[in-house]
Design a protein around this ligand. Sequence first.
Ligand code: NAG
Length: 344
Amino acid sequence: MKLVVYCYLSMIVLGVQAWPTVKRSFELYPGAAMPHTEHRIADCMHVASEPGDYIFKKSAAAPPAAPLAVLNFNRDATLLELEAATSAQLEAAAAAATAAESVCGLYVIGEPDTIVEITMKHYDVNCESGGLMAFVDGWELNGEYFPSIKDHHRLLEDRVFEFCNNNKQWPRFSNKKFFRSSQNAALLQYRIPTRGSFVANVRFHKISQPCNVLVQDTAAVYQMSNFGHARNCTLSALFPAAVSLGSLRIGGKTVRAQEKVNYDCHQYEDRLDIGGSAGLDTTGMELASAVCGATTELGPEQAIFCGVTSVRLVSTGRYQNQAAVIVRKADEHDLDIATLLCAL
Ligand SMILES: *[C@@H]1O[C@H](CO)[C@@H](O)[C@H](O)[C@H]1NC(C)=O
């Protein structure tokens, strides 16, 4: 399956407008059984952060793409910001992909300490007419993955599971499929050239030792820890961000004994890398600082002006490393605290 996300700007705009209604309906019925909430997928790139059934249907005589609706600039909800930030990346992809087969996606994102579960309650996507679906353990944009291929404990081929209906096969296999991601981000991709439909149920499960995290809010504090393991964990925000450290404990005794934070720890194996990249792949991210040491005091803010801002905790497993990372969306007023400007 060609992993290129293609999307109409107009559809993103429609998606953004749809959010406030969806969010408000939950507030009216606190404690209601959420997983049964139905959501219609109308846009090619649909960002989902609520549990429930996500329904897509394309009939043979599909209407042309929705016209560009009146722009709604009332973006107060955080997810709208996320979608807007992501849309900047998608516009570029859309331009490049007009000739390609259109691949759409349900981009699911949960709270930092959750994993995503997707159950295919129904799907009618014919292999023979070029239809294909894929579950991705993470997010994919323009062929780049979050978490990066290097930082994920599963091989890429085990993170992407493709499926479709083979109507020639008899007996037909059960339609039900069940997937779980390894972090708070997962993607259900689909390419339906003629007609087809699916119903995907989305649920979130809490986990106790989150590692890789995709940032959902435009202002929040994230706790990063290796829980004593030898592992590298990345926190990525799909927008330029101002990053500061609330508290820190990284590295061995001698590093921590200095009683101050060292922002130049490139030579140490255990460290917190702060930097950015143009796309989702953080493998070759540009570094602004590499931090180690210990403190309970709030550190200075630094702004990373890149499409994707990332904080990566590198751990050998010899120490208990942890950090409180404060992330907020950066704007032009933060240029004087910029430590990194990527080619956007
Ligand atoms: C973590 O990253 C470092 C450097 O980026 C690498 O040398 C090391 O092998 C990685 N560790 C794991 C467990 O992937």
